[in-house]
Design a protein around this ligand. Sequence first.
Ligand code: ADP
Ligand code: ZN
Length: 725
Amino acid sequence: MIQQARTILKQTFGYDEFRPLQQDSINNVLQKRDSMVIMPTGGGKSLIYQIPSIIFNGLTIVVSPLISLMKDQVEQLEEYGVPALYLNSTLTTEQYRINVNRIRAGQAKLLYLAPETLMLEKTRRLLSTLKVDCFTIDEAHCISEWGHDFRPEYRQLAEVRKEFTDAVCLALTATATPRVQDDIQKILGMKDSARFVASFDRKNLVLKVADKENPLDQILDFLYTRNNQSGIIYCFSRRQVDELAYDLKNNGHSALPYHAGLTDQDRMNNQDAFIRDDVRIIVATIAFGMGINKPDVRYVIHHDMPQNIESYYQQIGRAGRDGLKADCLLLYSYSDRQKIQYFINQKEGTEKEVAERHLDALINYLVFDGCRRIPLIRYFGESYKKSQCGMCDNCLRVKGNEEDYTLQAQKFLSCVIRADQLYGAYHIADVLRGSSAKKVLEKGHNKLSTYGIGKEWSKNQWVQFSRLLIRKGLVEKDPEHGSLILTENAKPVLKGDASVTGILDRTQTASDGAVKAKTSGFVEKRYNEHLFEELRKKRKELADEQDIPPYAIFPDTTLIEMSYYFPQDETSLIGIYGVGDMKLKKYGNLFLNIIRKFTRENNITSRSRVIRKRAVKTASKQRHELVGKEFQDGKTIDHLAEQFGVKTATILSHLKKYLEDGNSIDPAGIINTSGLSERKRDEVFSSMKKLGPGLLKPIYEDLDKEVDYNELRILQLAYLAGSKK
Ligand code: ADP
Ligand code: ZN
């Protein structure tokens, strides 16, 4: 039977392989053995009942509280040629009647039901006349009081389930602690049932936490290279949602708000626009997301801190359901943390205790400086097997970027003490820099011994540094006044017994050069974007004609594969991800025509490869030539710095010399070294264009001294290398 399941996987759904646990759990269901499957969002739970439903003679019932998803799911199934129907309160009397008649006539293999619909006497009577082979309960954690989303009406499912003695019971959920799992099994009376628990690790999500400094700017930086992608931005309050949506629109982004203050109609329209790719960004309070199934959400940003790890995990889980790389960015600030603390303080007893524990776990995740997957996954009771994932900000940070800041820590901490621990970071920074700001003089802080001992850093750097000290638990911020207070941990640092290392600037949101290099499939990296856009346009047109979401026609992965392999006929098209029999028949030719036309017009037969020019001179032992050659052979600047035991600045100057000798170098390899966002980089480049790239000082001034010389040197070289091509 599992062979038959495999055939359906390919023929109907167009997939080559089962995902982990799919095969075993499908097999179990087909043997009519009760099963519980815990799998993260996007893991592929739906196929676990959809494939058996095609094989079983009788009906498969799917109970789900997410009424808004049913229509979507049924539409998608229709696209695959799988007959499915739903019954819930959103149907008109007429539609309801039609669906009931079709069920009676055996015209559906799958029936989606809201729990309250299932409880109705008339539904029970209808179902008692039918043969039901599988009874699926989606979002099964709702049945347990220990879950985070308990729904009393779910309790009664246990009774109903007994009426279907011939049906196998399948419970599905994305979040369930072991305790909740036990509960589900007990309540549903699942006998000898197997549990299939998939890893909580969502490998395709890039996890990133940045210090919140100027959130709008940080988000614009992030969005700069993501114009065509769909994303969700979560905010704490409705007001923040409205403001941000407005600001993004003002900056030329396609964004709509979503929160409980809008009318039902507006909310539905905005959600629909997102699902149909008519708008790119939804700015939302946590209210958004339960009812969407959109597989190609490419990023989730948290403008504000989430409530706890569970909700964070659930929210980022809405990104990258299609398995392609997706980014999760969280902007963290100390005052957000205090806001949440404030709400917790209003609570009492166990509720307060639980909330405190949740907050602690979240903070622990946010300030963690090792691989972020370690605390995240451990939270769900699973241990992470590796020490590095290569897909979080901490793992992606270039090794050696951590610097020793013990001296600065001593300066800062003693300045805080001298000022009686009554002031915030901005004031301390002023004192350290020897500023003659009014407040400094008024308080007589120009007489402190720490006055002016920190001129090596800008005010901004000292403020960033204060965050590092908070992260490291050396100082705390007074919740009311914002003044900094030393903790016990600060003592050994002041005495010189402990050192402080870390990364100063953690505000950058868009420097993902390294991420790009590491992303999963090679196809994902190298597909033809022009063809992809054309295919996407066609998909949108077809979707609008039929009034269904674009992803119900083909997911992005399918279009990406088409834009990489350029299939020319049906035989090769069927090999593409997500192309099953039904879709081949329905859309095959429409898409093939576009691909054929594109390959003809662009003369594409095979892929062109970049052939690197080798340096001609061989005998010379000049350092800069060696460096240049190795760089052109693909070594990174950091690698070379390590290899030759010099600073990156030295490597840069070698490369500059190499370039001046008349060689060419690949600008992309240099740009990768830059820590600036693409938006900022473009500003630097246009300044170079305006003033000429030769002298850095005028450019430094032109950019309001915001970009440091190291960065300017990198970009100067990139500029020179690029203009030489
Ligand atoms: P879940 O319900 O667990 O959140 P879904 O069932 O919606 O996840 O599946 C997520 C995506 O992965 C869907 O687009 C689905 O078609 C796709 N998918 C599921 N199983 C496979 C598979 N074996 N191979 C490729 N894609 C799959
Ligand atoms: Zn990591």
